[in-house]
Design a protein around this ligand. Structure first.
Ligand code: NI
Length: 257
């Protein structure tokens, strides 16, 4: 039993074989998936997926890369969907992206803050996208008192010390493909450091493919390689990692199945 807490199965890279990819995820032991919609188009298609598959849930939000395009109508639309659709389990992915830097920082901050406030109003956890923006992410989460809802640090790329700061603010640390990369020291240190009851796993498919498929398209079934790697680093069984990370995600998303 595995829970892929961050997938983009509605991505066009799956247009040719989406059903097969989802069937393979099931064959690989993935029993639950949280798919992410991050703009008008992908929120719509992500919700469609939740209607087609009972084991797929969704988070909806406005991605920092698109921050400059988010209107007040978009925010109101997200609020309406999140309150009406039962399978919306979080607001996200939201946050800051200083790597691509496609929206000005002040606009990213504003859109991020608005969505944290929305999540608090709706009492939903948030899923954080943080690319080269660690300190500003921490500052904004603290200033907005995001602790009240908590959530997930998606594909966490910070240090073990930062992981502790996030955990102290009621966040879970989610690790994906990079923990399997030979040259990636930090995610391995984080995996060793984070207590089991605060750990989640994800693919971020079609991106960030774990070893042994690095360089190819990622898919939800490959979350097992992330779990295997973490099991090795923590010196516990694969089954235990699968069970605990699944229970953690179900608790956070309030999924009872
Ligand atoms: Ni993502």
């Amino acid at each position: 039993m595995l829970f892929d807490t961050h997938a983009h199965l509605n991505d066009e890279k799956f247009n040719e074989d989406r059903q097969d990819v989802i069937a393979r995820a099931r064959e690989n032991g993935v029993s639950l998936i949280c798919n992410i919609g991050y703009n008008r188009e992908t929120i719509t298609t992500s919700l469609e997926l939740t209607r087609q598959y009972d084991f797929i849930y969704t988070a909806i939000g406005w991605h920092p890369q698109d921050a400059k395009t988010m209107t007040d109508d978009d925010l109101a639309w997200i609020e309406k969907l999140a309150s009406e659709e039962k399978k919306v389990v979080a607001i996200g992915e939201i946050g800051l992206d200083y790597y691509w830097d496609t929206s000005p920082k002040d606009v990213q901050h504003d859109v991020f803050r608005k969505q944290i406030r929305l999540a608090k109003k709706l009492k939903l956890p948030i899923i954080i996208h943080d690319r080269e923006a660690h300190q500003d992410i921490i500052n904004i989460l603290r200033e907005e008192e995001a602790e009240e809802v908590g959530g997930i640090m998606h594909c966490f790329s910070g240090s073990p010390e930062m992981a502790t700061e996030c955990i102290n603010m009621n966040f879970y640390i989610s690790l994906g493909g990079p923990v399997t990369f030979k040259n990636a020291k930090k995610p391995k240190e984080v995996a060793e450091h984070v207590p089991l009851d605060r750990l989640l796993i994800e693919t971020d498919c079609p991106y960030l493919t774990p070893e042994p498929y690095r360089g190819k398209r990622n898919e939800s079934g490959y979350v097992r390689y992330v779990a295997e790697k973490i099991a090795g680093l923590k010196n516990i069984s694969f089954e235990k990692i699968a069970e605990i990370t699944t229970e953690n995600a179900k608790k956070l998303f309030q999924i009872q199945v």
